[in-house]
Design a protein around this ligand. Sequence first.
Ligand code: FES
Length: 384
Amino acid sequence: MHSYGSSFSKPGHEPGPPMWLLAELTYRCPLQCPYCSNPLDFARSKQELSTEQWIEVFRQSRALGAAQLGFSGGEPLVRQDLAILIGAARELGYYTNLITSGIGLTEEKLASFSAAGLDHIQISFQAADEEVNNLLAGSKKAFAQKLAMARAVKAHGYPMVLNFVTHRHNIDNIGRIIELCVELEADFVELATCQFYGWAELNRAGLLPSKAQLVRAEAITNQWREKLAAQNHPCKLIFVTPDYYEERPKACMNGWGNLFLDITPDGTALPCHSARQLPVEFPSVLEHSIEYIWRHSFGFNRFRGDDWMPEPCRNCDERQRDFGGCRCQAFMLTGDASNADPVCSKSADHGKILAARRQAEEAPGTMAELKFRNERASRLIAKA
Ligand code: FES
């Protein structure tokens, strides 16, 4: 395992602005999803930036050119100052987006967010079936609350944007999921097969669908697209396949330190939500300005440009398109974040992806083996 230093400046790679700022306001969450992308040791980091500290982050990032601000978590609704933060962001000129499970949302909160100028809300669901949704969410009330809040969001004049994380235990119900979205009059639906970071990586064997499941789910989604288009229905379906069934890696974050700036609850600044696990020192907003962090910190420069790339990426004519893929995935699968993402069929480690696909066909994990963010939820699933 490589270990990297703490102070760095890379000439010739002057970055553009951090267009997309993600504020992970808290790791606290009432749900317990086994595919949560939060770090496994999230509970160790109880420290959260204060209202004033967050607003200062927003101000400095905006001065550097940030245009879109996402509020996420954990569950951002547990922050009692969320309406204040939204208002401050709006005043600074951000386009604001709330990414929520809908748990903890009320009509009153929604009205206060709307008054504060919130531009966009996305609600995530665990399944279209109440029982499975609640089991996965670890709450008996989760499904009913989500339905009510999805309707309330629409009633407040927002487009209804729903996110269903799919995996081997719910993807066969994709037809019912889409039906539910149409019943709810959703405008955009993201049917995202879970990607394997954080808790999802821990549970990969129990979550990765088989190729046959994926092919069938995509075919059903396409049938629905045709049906909706024939009716001039406004609902747009976005189907996201997992990296594990690709032959070329995604251009993760559109390049390291290129557009995306993530601030974690305790103020650590990251080039992606998963980077904390890497043996790279990342700066804190409590110690450095956003300008220093974005332009000069070692962590944000570590994988900028392409000088850092070893073979096969170094001489690959696709390196400007995919930037060698995902650094976190390379680290999780090979132990070295500077290796090519094993999703790429040119990677010497691509066999690890093929082995995971084989396991999904021949020896998948069961629902009862899933590890949840909370032990109680794991036990409930094991009994079900
Ligand atoms: Fe960290 Fe892809 S998630 S680089």
